[in-house]
Design a binder for this molecule. Structure first.
Ligand SMILES: Cc1ncc(COP(=O)(O)O)c(C=O)c1O
Length: 376
């Protein structure tokens, strides 16, 4: 049997990681400015992370959600404190899509309504509800096509109101910063107006912070730049630095009923230990302030690069929209300069480095980017 061939693969095989670097089987070093798709938060093979997981593995890796698990309580408490949502509660699952799936389901249970409103260029995952709320017909199978999801343009509050006033919607789902769509930002004022519209029409506001959350924007969640409080916040990616986990942070206005949500693996001991290790490192290494300072440095250095049409983003979630297609540039960065970057469409390079990236790595990246753009 072979792997089902759904991913176009680069001809590179990292076999080891350390901090912001990856090493292939020949010992060649690569700078990671992609974070395995915004997943690596505290860096590859962080000693505290490795020790915490190893220790838990040797004690108890998994038992079901039918028994007490104090690691889940510790994680909820710590995440509540670090994120600024101590009054919310936490439902744990295994991936971003699953977190969104549960968030939409909860909004629907809570309001008794069927429809969700999403935005142009949104990406919320590949499971049924999440993919239906994703604005990419190529990944929506006929089975997943539903009139229960409608789309409006990002930052168009009038279009939102036209939909919400029909009274048919249980939820609006929006990314803190659109990632797959090309690092597109909802305006802070738009988020404030969206919060007001959701209040007015009794609709649940779901903030998908799966890519933009966990410190990536320089605040714990990207929506916190706008000062709003959503009803449900979804998270995954950076949450356990690569160990599969997802979560929904749920406002106290939702009442939990036994059996309404559930999962076999979600919130297992090993995943909780990995997620706790990440939060511990966030605090001991002041990751949020590192993101803010390195993000500012990166953005100011990027202003000097030639061939750029537009720079977008916040913190260490940066989109470089090039005037010309960026495929050749990205290949040069990878194969000549040994630097991983991300992409969005044909023109946008996405930078999603580990959140512990330092001045030296920003310097290495900028030197390579200048060289690579000069010779295009
Ligand atoms: C904003 C956003 N939501 C949801 C998802 C889906 O997460 P997962 O692949 O863990 O299901 C992603 C993944 O890229 C994402 O960027």
């Amino acid at each position: 049997m072979l792997p089902f061939d759904v991913y176009p693969l680069w001809d590179v095989e990292p076999v080891r990681g350390e901090g912001c670097y990856l090493y292939d089987k020949n010992g060649v070093r690569y700078l990671d400015f992609y974070g395995g798709h915004a997943v690596i938060s505290v860096g590859h093979a962080h000693p505290h992370y490795v020790q915490r997981i190893t220790c838990q593995l040797s004690r108890l890796a998994f038992y079901s959600n039918a028994v007490q698990n104090s690691l889940q309580r510790q994680l909820a408490e710590r995440l509540g404190e670090v994120s600024g949502y101590p009054h919310f509660s936490l439902f744990l699952c295994n991936s971003g899509a699953e977190a969104n799936e549960n968030a939409i389901k909860l909004a629907s249970f809570g309001t008794g309504k069927k429809k969700a409103l999403a935005f142009s260029k949104a990406f919320h995952g590949r499971t049924s509800g999440a993919v239906a709320a994703t604005d990419n017909p190529r990944i929506v199978a006929p089975f997943n096509v539903t009139s229960n999801v409608e789309f409006v343009p990002l930052n168009d509050i009038e279009a939102v109101e036209v939909k919400l006033k029909t009274g048919e919607f249980c939820a609006v789902i929006i990314e803190g910063i659109q990632g797959v769509g090309g690092i597109l930002m909802p305006d802070d004022t738009f988020l404030q107006q969206l919060r007001a519209q959701c209040n007015r029409y009794g609709v649940c506001l779901i903030l998908d912070e799966i890519q933009s959350g966990y410190g990536r924007s320089g605040k714990f969640f990207a929506h916190q730049w706008s000062g709003i409080e959503p009803d449900i916040i979804t998270t995954a990616k950076g949450m356990a630095n690569g160990f599969p986990i997802g979560g929904a942070l749920i406002s106290p206005r939702f009442k939990a009923v036994h059996g309404m949500l559930g999962t076999t693996f979600g919130g297992n001991h090993l995943a909780c230990a990995a997620a706790l290790a990440v939060l511990e490192i966030f605090e001991s290494e002041h990751i949020l302030s590192n993101v803010a300072s390195m993000g500012t440095l990166l953005m100011s250095e990027l202003q000097q690069v030639s061939g750029v049409k537009e720079l977008r983003g916040r913190g260490l979630m940066v989109g470089i929209e090039m005037q010309k297609p960026m495929g050749e540039l990205r290949n040069k960065l990878l194969f000549e300069h040994k630097i991983f970057t991300g992409a969005a469409g044909t023109h946008v390079i996405r930078l999603l480095p580990p959140l512990c990236v330092g001045r030296q790595q920003v310097g290495e990246f900028m030197e390579a980017l200048h060289k690579a753009t000069e010779r295009l």
